[in-house]
Design a protein around this ligand. Sequence first.
Ligand code: SDX
Length: 428
Amino acid sequence: MTGFVDVVIEGKTYQMPVIIGSEGEKAFDITKLRDQTGYITHDPGFGSTGSCSSSITYMDGDKGILRYRGIPIEQLAKKSSFVETAYLLINGILPSQGDLNEIRTLLNDYSMIHENMQDFFKHFPRDSHPMGILSAMVGSLRSFYPEMQNDEEAVNKKTLRLISKIRTLAAMSFRISRGNKVVYPRHDLSYCANFLNMMFDGPVKPYTMDEDVVRALNVFWILHADHEQNCSTAAVRVVGSAQVNLYASISAGIAALWGPRHGGANMAVIRMLEDIAERNIPVDKIVKMAKDKNSDFRLMGFGHRVYKTFDPRAVIMKEMCDIVLKKLNVDDPLLDIAKRLEEAALTDPYFIEKNLYPNVDFYSGIILRAIGIPTNMFTVMFAIGRLPGWISQWIESTEDPRWKIARPRQIYTGNKKYDYIPIEARYI
Ligand code: SDX
């Protein structure tokens, strides 16, 4: 804390302590505002409200900066793996080779799921949304594994178990939804290769592992791994603040991510691009629709609550599209439409004035399509990537000595007091 700001309310001056972050971000602490002044603040959507101090991820929305534990996302995308980045987010430092070897062993040990969980998958209605299934299955993990009920269990075991099993849950759910035999995890494959194998291997046509695709999946999940206090992370922190277990808190994060304003946008982008392709809609007409206040159409994959310039993840995703599609010899017309749409939007005064740029979701679906992931699983892929971030934020909040149950206040705008009206006297 450094110094104070003066807040004058009804002629009286109150001093609020100033907090300055390690990158110079400034806040003043209003913890005692209501007790001292009787006032609360009002900030729907929390656009100007900090819910916590955190040392995990730093974003600068004006400069398009994103760093995990201080390391720029561009470097992690180029040099790290998803498992190593997950360790960095959760533990705050990069792992040693010994740490990586231990992690790999634990991820393998934890990769199976309880056979009875397969019955759950078989009884979800066929058109169930994979995010609804994932949220339910992650929440149920604690019931299937008594050791998970040991809330004192070592954090690295608790977290690696979930990071390993979420991948198996997602692949198993996909296979069973297609009526295919389940493919079990293999101990000779890396985290990402194992997922691809569980998704696509088959007795008739064995899955051919492509190292560039495995690399692309690592990068995809690295780019999604954390993003400070976004909607789903805030949900994980809020639910965790009631002292519920990690799995229930993560299940709430999955539910929040499902929304089209948030992680569900990656599916919405592809559906928008498919619609443009099918109906051959000129991109300038799409841009015009996105600007039309009378239509609820939005350019999905564009805009961001924090980034008011390029989302650095979108820049990397766009580069990866060209690499992955070329390597897989995929010619996806949606990529060309996406690029033309981006070009049209970025030269339009509306988008320029409102600082609307492509976000992480604009190009990510193109990569997932090329890999063979079905559109309705795109947000599940986002959730697997975001899991280490949710976990690290949950641990940080539950270990914070100032940790209290999240309980925002409100400004009441309803009826003033009036007496009960007997039924016979109502609406005469
Ligand atoms: C993610 O928070 C995170 O960090 C999220 C995320 C993460 O990693 O966790 O980055 C992941 O959720 C990315 C965002 C994915 N969602 C979308 O792509 C959906 C489309 N985008 C929008 O719905 C919107 O941009 C949001 C929800 C992302 C951000 O909304 P804001 O900051 O609340 O912006 P707003 O709704 O207040 O809009 C400001 C203005 C409005 O116009 P005016 O009322 O001022 O005239 O910009 C317009 C909006 O109409 N606008 C858009 C637009 N986004 C905002 N107009 C057309 N198309 C869009 N996409």
